[in-house]
Ligand binder design. Structure first.
Ligand SMILES: *Cc1c(COP(=O)(O)O)cnc(C)c1O
Length: 400
């Protein structure tokens, strides 16, 4: 998945443009900037690639999620449905607004089970937030039907799946709002950065103002601009945007490499008895940043995970034990350990995450292994890797 692997002249040239003018901020300083508007250019490039009306670049994927929610008016006491398997950012971005994260079980797509989503809806539910984990996507058609039926917003966390698509639409553009991350380990990176995409004019204006202290950006002198509502500083810098501009132009090149490498590894293991592949919803095209598969039971999965790393197959993840990605080890979140006191409305509205039944998620994630697909592997390296994975899996499955 990591765009950091392939870095070069194009990124350097873009950054140099910014350094030569010295204007590191996205707004203002028109006379000094030699015509360089890297953030604006990158927003246009993302809108074009994702076929949406609006893109708002911001400082991170986490802030993108918070801003996306805020732009639609989500706040204290509103419930947002999210999956048990994600990155802690999903939870943080909701709680930051005083809204309530409602965690729902995943299925064999490794993200939201639509049936469980529908069962979790209450009178306070406002948003369904699927997370397209590890390069593949949620069952968007089913989730959209549920959202339409219950008048809910569909917000796609596409931070790990940029470049994938569903029924011909780029991931992130299917729902009302979509978010991307360009942090250092994502498919394309700009160091730190994120984006919100939408076709909704009102949300776009809100996201624009909210991410810059509520400035209305009417183009007057910055000091003379009005502030229709409060906001924060979630701005991206021109330096980061410059890197992103070079990287987005390489997105399709990266996706092709990922797909090629993924396909070699997949073919080597998919027919081994006992191994089954993660389900990609019909009409979905992954971005191929990970290859995820299931083993028959938890013990075998642990054994395979250990054996893969002992045999030099690096970049294999057993998310079940991971304390950033799966609810099981999110004690700091489940116990709401914050610095200040959270509002009563938040505390009282939260479910008791400790006593909820996440057995269905355990069932899938306890048996999942994901292999990171790298861009920099040579053909020989991919072949050798495929061979090693095949022999490890064969040996473990025979033993099972
Ligand atoms: C990386 C990531 C985020 C947050 O992005 P940052 O840019 O690191 O803040 C949110 N959701 C998912 C699924 C992610 O993988």
């Amino acid at each position: 998945m990591p765009g950091f692997e392939l870095f070069g002249e194009k990124e350097r040239a873009q950054v140099n443009d910014v350094l030569e003018s010295g204007v590191l901020m996205r707004y203002g300083f028109d006379g000094m900037r030699n015509g360089h508007w890297k953030t604006v250019e990158l927003e246009k490039a993302i809108s074009g690639r994702m076929k949406v009306k609006h893109t708002q670049l911001v400082s991170s994927g986490t802030s993108a999620l918070t801003i996306a929610l805020a732009s639609a008016g989500i706040g204290a006491g509103d419930e947002v449905i999210m999956p048990t398997f994600t990155f802690v950012a999903s939870f943080e971005s909701i709680i930051a607004l005083g809204a309530v994260p409602v965690l729902v079980n995943i299925d064999d797509t490794l993200t939201l089970d639509p049936k469980k989503v529908e069962a979790a809806i209450t009178s306070k539910t406002k948003v369904v937030m699927p997370v397209h984990m590890c390069g593949s996507m949620a069952q968007l058609k089913e989730l959209k039907q549920i959202c339409t039926k219950h008048n809910l917003l569909l917000l796609e966390d596409a931070c790990q799946a940029i470049g994938g698509s569903y029924n011909g639409k780029p991931l992130g553009s299917y729902g009302d709002l979509g978010c991307f991350s360009f942090d250092y380990v994502k498919t394309i990176t700009c160091g730190e950065g994120g984006a919100i995409i939408t076709n909704n004019d009102k949300y776009a204006v809100h996201a624009d103002h909210y991410s810059d202290h509520g400035h209305d950006h009417t183009g007057k002198d910055r000091g003379a601009e009005a502030h229709p509502f409060l906001g924060y500083n979630y701005r991206i810098s021109e330096l980061n945007a410059a890197v992103g501009l070079a990287q987005i132009q390489r997105l399709d090149e990266f996706l092709l490499i990922q797909k090629k490498n993924y396909t070699v590894l997949r073919k080597a293991i998919e027919n081994i008895p006992g191994v089954s592949m993660r389900r990609v919803p019909d009409g979905g095209e992954e971005n191929y940043s990970f290859l995820s598969f299931f083993m028959p039971d938890e013990a075998t999965t642990r054994e395979v995970h250990k054996a893969l790393s002992e045999n030099g197959v690096d970049g294999c993840f057993y998310w079940f034990d991971n304390n950033w990605h799966y609810i099981k080890k999110w004690d700091h979140l489940k116990d709401l350990k914050s610095l200040g006191k959270l509002p009563e409305e938040v505390i009282n509205g939260l479910p008791d995450y400790h006593s909820q039944d996440f057995g269905q998620s355990d069932h899938w994630l306890g048996r999942t292994i994901s292999v990171l697909i790298k861009l920099s592997w040579t053909e020989e390296e991919v072949k050798a890797r495929a061979q090693k994975m095949k022999s490890v899996l064969n040996a473990c499955c025979v033993g099972a």
